[in-house]
Every structure is written in structure tokens, then in C-alpha cells.
Design a protein. Structure first.
Length: 347
């Protein structure tokens, strides 16, 4: 089967590829267009939010050549060429290269770290393997993330796509409306920050029409990608439970926050503290037990106002709500809850 459009092979794609994905069939043409696009966004449009570039989504399974094989060396060659061209046009100091974008190939991240030292500024992988149904899932999450942080050495590691493993086909998350999904991914973020992960992106923001919709493995669902934090416009972009939990994660860990890993004497409770760029302190806590736990935050990083109690926001099975701190900043964590403590800084 040749990939055709109007009787011609797709531009830059290998014509014999049997998947919908292809590696570029011309290195120079690919690199020229990548860098031209980045120049347009950064220099002509002036988008300050564009500060990094990831080449190819999940290349460990999408980077097919004409023999329908994925060759890591070819991926690395193009990454090096992009690096060189960004330097040539004077844009390399402005654009970080965030590489690997590993999905299922267990060795791809390690190969990237070894082959692209001096090229990559940071590395990332995707995570769709965890579930609250797994026994000892918090320990498994921490170990999985910690191993990847260690693999990356002195370069940052992040998760560029995050979800659970409960999928039907590629486009329908069967747990999309559940509290368990929300509880799982929020803990992934909290535990990951404690392990040295620098960030996580949830896939994705809102439901969208994504493909032709005739895949029986997806229930022939009309093309809707139903995996996201928010429902589609026909439901007024309703925020699902996962969206509510992820809201707390984003409030706790905005861009530029400094992470201070937490420790706990209770195996059902974990927490992480973050100091925001303006000096406020956030503490994100989780209680996995079905019964309440009382937490007495110890010495906090940053410079929180001693005379003021924190604002308390709770996510649980009943959604988001405000909480009330006790004496001496003691906070009761309801059973199966994610709790955000927001401390104002002294200024």
C-alpha cells in the first residue's frame, strides 16, 4: 500500500510505509522546514511561549522507513541536524531541544540519552501504564519515574503525555469519567515531583474529533477522542473529575516553581512542597486511606506568613471544595483525597 494524496506520495513521507506515520524521507528538507517554522513563530510572530521543540511524536513506533522499520540512528541523525541548523540561524540559545518522547520502546530513552548528549537539553517519555487498581501502584509509579530521572543524568526528565492504561483502542478512555482516574494521575504528578521529574503534561485538554471514527476497536465512536480533562462543546466543555484534580496539580506547580520533596511517616500519605516565583508556598498532599488523616506540616520552604492560616482546597469523590485549617496549621485530609494548601509569602 503506497501512501498517496491526489495520486502522489505524501510530501516527505516514505511511500511504502504501511502505518499512518512515517519518518521524513529527506533529512535536509525536513530540517529546513522545522527550523523555518520555529523562526516564524519566535521571530516573526514573537511568541515568547515557544521555548522548546520536540521532534516527532513517539518516534519509537512512528518513525517508519520504506522497509517499515524504525531506525534509532536515523532519528538521532535528524536531531543532530536540527541542532546544527538552529545554531546556524542563531536560534539555538532560544529553543531548547526536548528529545526522546518515548512511548513503549523501553530502550528508546536510554538510547537517546547516550546518543544525543550535547544535543538534547532535556528528555521526556509518555506514561499510560498505571492504574489505581494495581497493588502498590504508588511505589511502582515512584520507581518508574525515578529510574527515568536517573537515566537522564544531569538533564531534566519530564512526562510529555500522561493518562491511565484503561483504553479501548487509541481514542477512548474507559475510565474517563471516574474518580479513580483523577486520583491516579494526580498522584503520578505528586510522586513524580518528589522523584525529580520536572513536569508532566496530561493528554489532553478537551474532547475533539480526531479520526474517521470507523475503528471497531474504538467502538466505531464517530471519530471522537474521548480521553481528556474536559468534555466536548455539546456538554459546555464540562470539567471531568480528572480535570478537577489536575487543576489542583497546576495550581500547586505552576511554571517556574521550585520543588521541595516531602517525606511522610504514614504509608497512605504523601506530599510535596513548592515555592512559586513570587514567593508563595504550596503544599500538595494525598491521602490514599479510606479514613481521614490529620497532617501537621513541618518546616516549610519559602517564607510563608506565620500569622496566616493556609487556604485549603480539597478534591475527593464529591469533587472540589474548600476546607478549613485547624490549630497550628494542622489539616485533616478526608479519606481518598487530594489536598492543596496555599500559603501566602511574606513578600
Amino acid at each position: 500500500m503506497k501512501r498517496q494524496l491526489d495520486g502522489k506520495p505524501y510530501w516527505l513521507a516514505y511511500p511504502e510505509v504501511k502505518q499512518w506515520c512515517s519518518a521524513p524521507n529527506d533529512v535536509d528538507e525536513c530540517v529546513e522546514n522545522v527550523v523555518a517554522g520555529l523562526q516564524y513563530l519566535v521571530r516573526e510572530r514573537g511568541y515568547s511561549c515557544v521555548d522548546a521543540f520536540t521532534f516527532v511524536n513517539e518516534p519509537d513506533w512512528t518513525f517508519f522507513n520504506n522497509d517499515n522499520e524504525v531506525k534509532f540512528d536515523y532519528y538521532a541523525e535528524i536531531c543532530r541536524a536540527i541542532d546544527a541548523r538552529l545554531k546556524a540561524v542563531g536560534l539555538r540559545d532560544r529553543i531548547a531541544l526536548d528529545l526522546a518522547d518515548a512511548s513503549t520502546h523501553r530502550g528508546w530513552l536510554k538510547q537517546s540519552v547516550e546518543a544525543l548528549a550535547g544535543v538534547a537539553d532535556r528528555y521526556n517519555a509518555h506514561a499510560y501504564i498505571f492504574s489505581c487498581e494495581d497493588k502498590d501502584y504508588p511505589a511502582a509509579m515512584g520507581a518508574w519515574i525515578g529510574a527515568r530521572v536517573k537515566t537522564c543524568g544531569d538533564r531534566p526528565f519530564s512526562t510529555n503525555e500522561l493518562g491511565t492504561r484503561h483504553y479501548r483502542g487509541a481514542y477512548t478512555a474507559t475510565d474517563v469519567e471516574t474518580f479513580q482516574r483523577a486520583f491516579c494521575v494526580a498522584q503520578y504528578a505528586l510522586l513524580g515531583l518528589n522523584e525529580g521529574m520536572t513536569g508532566a503534561l496530561f493528554w489532553g485538554l478537551y474532547d475533539q474529533y480526531y479520526y474517521d471514527g470507523d475503528d471497531p476497536d474504538d467502538g466505531s465512536n464517530g471519530g471522537m477522542m474521548k480521553t481528556n480533562l474536559m468534555a466536548y462543546v455539546d456538554q459546555d466543555w464540562r470539567l471531568r473529575p480528572t480535570g478537577q484534580a489536575w487543576t489542583l496539580v497546576c495550581q500547586a506547580a505552576p511554571r517556574g516553581a521550585r520543588v521541595h520533596p516531602g517525606t511522610s511517616t504514614d504509608p497512605d500519605v504523601d506530599g510535596v512542597a513548592l515555592v512559586l516565583p513570587k514567593g508563595d508556598t504550596r503544599v500538595l498532599l494525598v491521602n490514599r486511606a479510606t479514613t481521614p488523616r490529620t497532617v501537621h506540616p513541618g518546616a516549610l520552604p519559602g517564607n510563608p506568613k506565620r500569622a496566616e492560616a493556609p487556604k485549603v482546597t480539597i478534591f475527593g469523590r464529591d469533587g472540589l471544595r474548600r476546607g478549613t485549617p485547624g490549630n497550628d496549621r494542622a489539616v485533616t485530609l478526608p479519606g481518598e483525597s487530594l489536598v492543596l494548601l496555599s500559603f501566602a509569602g511574606e513578600g
